[in-house]
Design a protein around this ligand. Structure first.
Ligand code: MN
Length: 516
């Protein structure tokens, strides 16, 4: 059997679905470019029929990202397949990914059809997709809860209709590893093309925390494509964390006997970018790329690692691209030094972008003597999440403390340069700042998530604030980073509000989304 496993990244489709309408087309293109640097084999760029915004994102990525296969998701019906085909028209390597439910739970309750009708619909959609491209993937949704004999029958029909990849999704995260691997073995026996002329893929969800284990068990049984998202984001409890699958295959090649062609040194940057853009922080104890993954707290472990790294580390932090955290740049570092360090970290900047980052860098270096790689990545996050600003933050000041009523004064500037100033009280300093901003901006919204993380150790560390606000059930993320956390909070809120104002009309309705 082939010893290469393809990585199918669906951060921009399944992952974005969970983040809601949080990402702009530009942000999606930036993530797609980073996924290309990571050397993933397939990027699922979106679900074109679900909204005009998704269509545009798939089309733009198909035009601009040329090396990987670009996949577009479609329901098994003419309109959806045609829309996917259209969005991929200019792709260098287009793939249409069709799905329809196969389990009785879904067929009876959701589709209200009988089994044979569903097979017929699937066959028609696959044939139609083949008119647009020779690369067609088919997913029987909810495979792991589908009766095996019927699943094999449906897969057989899709293969005969021209599907070149068969994806077996554990849509609801129900499978357990041994059983899921067994399902792949069973299907290969029933449909001999599987694992030979037709590639087997798996797509697992993490509802019971077994998505990575299920995916690996399927690889052992002959799957040669694994789907998932960076940082394991995705519907509900999320998808398979692709970085974990990649490093498990690489580290335990002795057991699996297969590998990917991923440039693992890009994993850390990719993880950071997805976290910044999606607004989902990475948990510190996250396998492979969490901030504590290479930190040793126990004395005996520290002693061992200092003597010989491999005593307690099975992964080398350099292999996954974790940056050094020692001093890299100071106040006197010029634009040139900054540019070359950012390039080493994987950022390519235009002169204009460099000017902006250099300004923020100088401000930071004034407040903080040592500017580390992690600080630079946080600064880049500010640039990345920049959005067209209807209002920008000029000044924020707060009074708070024991015996004080938390009070904030805020000054914002408008596009025409005019200034608005207002003040408000709140239950705490952050609430007061947000109330004062609300008095000026006057856009109703609800704050649904708020988190503050320090970027580095030390009392002078940058505080990074991620927030999520909602209007009519649609989420908008915001991010800010500053050594003053009140400033970071205000920046994050302005970022989210400006995003809401800029994107308010184009977001998709939640019911239009699908879920393989
Ligand atoms: Mn999914």
């Amino acid at each position: 059997m082939e010893d290469r496993v393809l990585i199918f990244d669906t951060t921009l489709r399944d992952g974005e679905q969970s983040a809601g309408a949080g990402m702009t087309v530009d942000e999606k293109v930036e993530i797609a470019r980073q996924l290309e640097r990571l050397n993933v084999d397939i990027i699922e760029a979106g679900f074109p029929v679900s909204s005009p915004g998704d269509f545009e994102a798939v089309q733009t990525i198909a035009r601009e990202v040329r090396k990987p296969i670009i996949a577009a998701l479609a329901h098994a019906n003419e309109a959806a397949v045609d829309r996917a085909g259209e969005a991929l028209k200019d792709a260098a390597h287009p793939r249409i990914h069709i799905f329809i439910s196969s389990s009785d739970q879904h067929i009876q309750h959701q589709l209200r059809k009988n089994r044979e009708e569903v097979v017929e619909i699937a066959v028609k959609a696959v044939s139609r997709a083949r008119q647009y491209t020779d690369d067609v993937e088919f997913s029987p949704m909810d495979s792991s809860r589908t009766e095996r004999e019927f699943l094999a029958h449906m897969v057989r029909a899709a293969v005969d209709a021209g599907a070149t990849t068969i994806n077996i999704p554990d849509t609801v995260g129900y499978a357990v590893p041994e059983e899921f691997g067994g399902l792949i073995t069973y299907l290969r026996a029933e449909v001999p093309e599987l694992g030979d002329s037709v590639r087997i893929s798996v797509h697992c969800h993490d509802d019971l925390g077994m998505s990575v284990a299920n995916s690996l068990s399927a690889v052992k049984a002959g799957a040669r494509q694994v789907e998932g998202c960076i940082n394991g984001i995705g519907e509900r409890a999320g998808n398979t964390a692709v970085e974990e699958v990649i490093m498990a295959l690489r580290t335990r090649g002795d057991y699996f006997g297969v590998d990917t062609e991923i440039d693992t040194k890009q994993l850390y940057n990719t993880s950071r970018l997805v976290s910044q853009v999606s607004g989902f922080p990475v948990q510190p104890n996250k396998a492979v790329i969490g901030r504590n993954a290479f930190r040793h707290a126990s004395g005996i472990h520290q002693d061992g690692v200092l003597k010989e790294r491999t005593t307690y580390e099975i992964l080398n932090p350099l292999d996954v691209g974790v940056p050094r955290s020692e001093l890299v740049l100071g106040k006197l570092s010029g634009r040139h030094g900054l540019r070359s360090r950012l390039e080493e970290l994987g950022y390519t900047l235009s002169n204009e972008e460099l000017d902006k980052v250099h300004e923020s860098f100088k401000e930071l270096a004034d407040k903080k003597r040592e500017v580390t790689d992690r600080d630079l990545i946080a600064l880049m996050g500010n640039e990345r999440t920049a959005i067209e600003e209807t209002y920008s933050l000029e000044h924020v000041q707060v009074t708070c403390g024991t015996g004080e009523i938390p009070t904030a004064t805020v000054q914002l500037s408008l596009e025409d340069g005019s200034l608005r100033t207002d003040a408000a009280t709140g239950t705490g300093p952050v609430d007061a700042v947000y109330q004062a901003i609300n008095r000026i901006v006057g856009v109703p919204n609800e704050l649904t998530e708020f988190s503050v993380n320090s970027v580095t150790e030390g009392i002078d560390a940058i505080g990074e604030v991620s927030i999520r606000i909602e209007q009519d059930g649609k989420p908008y993320i915001g991010r800010g980073a500053d050594t003053d956390i009140i400033v970071a909070c205000a920046q994050a809120y302005m970022n989210a509000l400006n995003r809401l104002i800029a994107m308010g009309d184009t977001s998709r309705s939640p019911e239009a989304a699908g879920a393989v």
